[in-house]
Every structure is written in structure tokens, then in C-alpha cells.
Design a binder for this molecule. Structure first.
Ligand SMILES: Nc1ncnc2c1ncn2[C@@H]1O[C@H](COP(=O)(O)OP(=O)(O)OP(=O)(O)O)[C@@H](O)[C@H]1O
Ligand SMILES: [Mg+2]
Length: 229
């Protein structure tokens, strides 16, 4: 697989964008992908996590390329990182403002974390619609789901483009950030880690399918050059 961009977006604040970015990026890295992280949220939560990680492992040994850029620069930053990475994970700010829109337009896959409440679900609509209008693959990711929650079961039916993998409401998703780690590094067999590993596998398959569907200029040239041999 080559250089694809996952933008994590959701106009609702606190839905779990940064949490999803951290744990998914770590799980993808552990699957052998060269992962770059881009934080375009001025709150800088992902940047903070990466800083703690750098202090713990050494700045050169976090396992990720990392950039904090303002949203209007996301296109050029992603183009630069595409050359040397398999997957670029972009964490975006709440509200579908110009900057988050630019990040969505630069994506191959948009992931929208959504908590099981009507207001969260209604807030996903503009992001889903924008991704679809740009013909970008999009999945909503049900997050902070409590086991046996009747509301969650009811809300599930309201969500479109739902990823099969769901993330539970688990303390480890929050506490591992304090260690500059992902859940798959802290407790690889924990329910939280198993959920993220399942999502990483699902996301990998979606990206592969998106690559097959996309009219990639490179493969056209490759076919052409084979014809000429
Ligand atoms: N699956 C989960 N289980 C437990 N806590 C979670 C989970 N997902 C997110 N949280 C907690 O919810 C809060 C908000 O999460 P997070 O900061 O990732 O949201 P966000 O969408 O990035 O917020 P913002 O819009 O402000 O950037 C944090 O305290 C985080 O630890
Ligand atoms: Mg955030």
C-alpha cells in the first residue's frame, strides 16, 4: 500500500478525534506501516501526546514523523509526507471550518468518531456529506459505547456509513495518552487494544479498496510502460 491519508474529522468537540488518531496510528504502525501524524488542531492535543512520547522514547524514536501545521498548509504538508510514508493520519479541529474542510479534501479516507447520542449523530452529517461530495471514502466510528447500552443499540440504526469496528468506553483509551503510548502498546491483549486492532485491520482493507477504485495516474503510466516493452 502506498501513501494514503486518513483525516479524522467531526464538527462536534470531544467526540474522540484525537483519541482515535493516537490509537489507530499506533496500531497501524505496529502493523508495519510507515505512519506520519499531522496535527492541524490549534488545541495541539496530538502534539502534546507526541511530545510526551518523544520525552519517553527519545525524539527520534517515537515511530512517527510528526508535524503540527495550520490547516491551510495541510495540503502541502501531506504532499511532502506522502513521498516517504504509507499512511498519514491528520487530526483536525472541531467545527467544519475551512481548515478541517481542506483536510477532508486531501483525504483518501475520512473517519468520524461519534458517541451514542442524538446530537453527536446529527453533527456527523455535514462531514459525511462533504466527504461524499468529494467522492472520498468515509466511515463513522461508534466511540465510547457502553456494553449493553439500549441507547447505543438504538443509535446504531441512525448512523450511515458505519465502520464494523466499535470502540468501547474504556479508561485505557484515555490513561495511555499520559504515557505517550497507544493502548496496543500498553496492554496489547486488553479489550481496548483488540478493538483498535480490529479497526486498524478494517481501515487497511478500506484503504486498499479505495486505492483499487481510484484512477491512479501512476498505475496508468506503469501499464503504458509495460505495453512498450
Ligand atoms: N473510547 C473512549 N473511552 C474513554 N474515554 C474516551 C474515549 N474516547 C474519547 N475519550 C475521552 O473523551 C474526551 C474527548 O476525547 P478527544 O479529546 O479525543 O476528543 P476530540 O474529538 O479530539 O476533542 P476536540 O474536538 O476538542 O479536539 C477525552 O477526555 C478522552 O480521553
Ligand atoms: Mg482533538
Amino acid at each position: 500500500m502506498a501513501h494514503q491519508v486518513i483525516t479524522i474529522a467531526q464538527q462536534k468537540g470531544g467526540a474522540g478525534k484525537t483519541t482515535l488518531a493516537v490509537h489507530l496510528a499506533t496500531a497501524l504502525m505496529q502493523r508495519g506501516q510507515r505512519v506520519a501524524l499531522v496535527d492541524i488542531d490549534p488545541q495541539g492535543s496530538l502534539t502534546m501526546w507526541h511530545k510526551i512520547r518523544g520525552e519517553r522514547f527519545g525524539e527520534e524514536y517515537t515511530g512517527f514523523a510528526f508535524s503540527q501545521v495550520s490547516g491551510w498548509r495541510v495540503g502541502s504538508e501531506v504532499s511532502r509526507l506522502r513521498r516517504s510514508h504509507d499512511i498519514i493520519v491528520v487530526d483536525s479541529p472541531p467545527h467544519v471550518e475551512t481548515e478541517a474542510r481542506t483536510a477532508i479534501r486531501n483525504a483518501d479516507l475520512v473517519l468520524i468518531p461519534v458517541q451514542p447520542s442524538p446530537t453527536d449523530i446529527w453533527a456527523t452529517r455535514p462531514t459525511v456529506e462533504l466527504a461524499k461530495s468529494e467522492r472520498i471514502a468515509v466511515r463513522t466510528v461508534f466511540n465510547r459505547v457502553n456494553a449493553n447500552s439500549r441507547l447505543a443499540a438504538q443509535m446504531r440504526g441512525e448512523l450511515t456509513d458505519l465502520a464494523k469496528s466499535t470502540l468501547g468506553n474504556r479508561v485505557l483509551f484515555a490513561s495511555s495518552l499520559l504515557e505517550g503510548k497507544g493502548v496496543t502498546e500498553v496492554l496489547p491483549s486488553s479489550p481496548a487494544a483488540l478493538e483498535i486492532k480490529a479497526l486498524a485491520k478494517e481501515v487497511t482493507a478500506i484503504l486498499q479498496a479505495a486505492q483499487v477504485d481510484a484512477p491512479v495516474a501512476e498505475s496508468f503510466h506503469f501499464t503504458k510502460s509495460l505495453e512498450m516493452v
